[in-house]
Design a protein around this ligand. Structure first.
Ligand code: PEP
Ligand code: MN
Length: 266
């Protein structure tokens, strides 16, 4: 039983603008590295993606890595670097929260709190994030049905937070040989028919390969997405996580220009 879903837009105040996510608004572009690595790279990336047209800088401080031996993110010190990038550019910040214990620290710097695919059904976490007032970007679990995803969103709404953006990031299917995940763009018209919540598409995790990001970003716009989240790194070959799917700032700039031909980018 879905009880909520009447809000047709999510309004996010950032230092530069009030940014509107929703069907009746221009497309919002969120960009930045998978992980925050150091001050120079995050501030440089923020400036480059802002110049290209992004309204939000993304960057992970707490990383949900498959291996416990892989880079886990720089945690609180990365949050300070995101704050520095926000200060330097006026961009809104979006970063992932994995542990409710980190909510106060994350909410201090984030303009939107990301709940990652792996925590989509972490109901204790959803209840806590639903009970505070920063907007939430809720990624689809890698094996979640649309109904399960909407019910996860419902946890946030039922706890009192109406500002939820749904983000498709690719799902697990029988074929993962050529792309990391199967990016399910059919969710755009499907969600439109089921909910009023704004829709974001993440073609970076959706494909896992930088060459495939631009065509899927453009396809998402053609299908009517409200927002795009794209990984951008100043030197993808040296990235501490998700380098193979990250665009250089130059490629990102070119992509935003192509996107603007198809749809109005904020
Ligand atoms: C991310 O955005 O870097 C991330 C870890 O995403 P997901 O939860 O979709 O895997
Ligand atoms: Mn990533």
């Amino acid at each position: 039983e879905f009880r909520y879903g009447e809000a047709s837009e999510v309004v996010v105040p950032t230092p530069n603008d009030r940014v509107y996510f929703g069907e009746h608004h221009p497309i919002v572009v969120i960009a930045g590295p998978c992980s925050v690595e150091n001050e120079a790279m995050i501030v440089e990336t923020a400036k480059r993606v802002k110049a290209a047209g992004a309204k939000f800088l993304r960057g992970g401080a707490y990383k949900p890595r498959t291996s416990p031996y892989a880079f886990q993110g720089y945690g609180e010190s990365a949050l300070d670097l995101l704050a520095a990038a926000r200060e330097a550019t006026g961009l809104g910040i979006i970063t992932e929260l994995m542990d409710a214990a980190d909510l106060p620290a994350v909410a201090r710097v984030a303009d939107i709190i990301q709940i990652g695919a792996r925590n989509m059904q972490n109901f204790a976490l959803l209840k806590k994030v639903g009970a505070q007032d920063k907007p939430v970007l809720l990624k689809r679990g890698m094996s979640a049905t649309i109904d399960e995803w909407l019910m996860a969103a419902e946890y946030l709404l039922a706890a009192g937070n109406p500002n939820v953006i749904l983000c498709e990031r690719g799902i697990r299917t029988f074929d993962s040989k050529y792309a990391r995940n199967t990016l399910d763009l059919s969710v755009i018209p499907v969600l439109r028919s089921l909910t009023h919540l704004p829709i974001a598409i993440d073609p970076s995790h959706g494909t896992g390969k930088s060459e495939y990001v631009a065509p899927m970003a453009l396809a998402a716009i053609a299908a009517g997405t409200d927002a795009l989240m794209i990984e951008v790194h100043p030197n993808p070959a040296k990235a501490l996580s998700d380098g193979p799917q990250s665009l250089t700032p130059e490629k990102f700039d070119r992509l935003v220009q192509e996107m603007s031909v198809l749809g109005k980018v904020v």
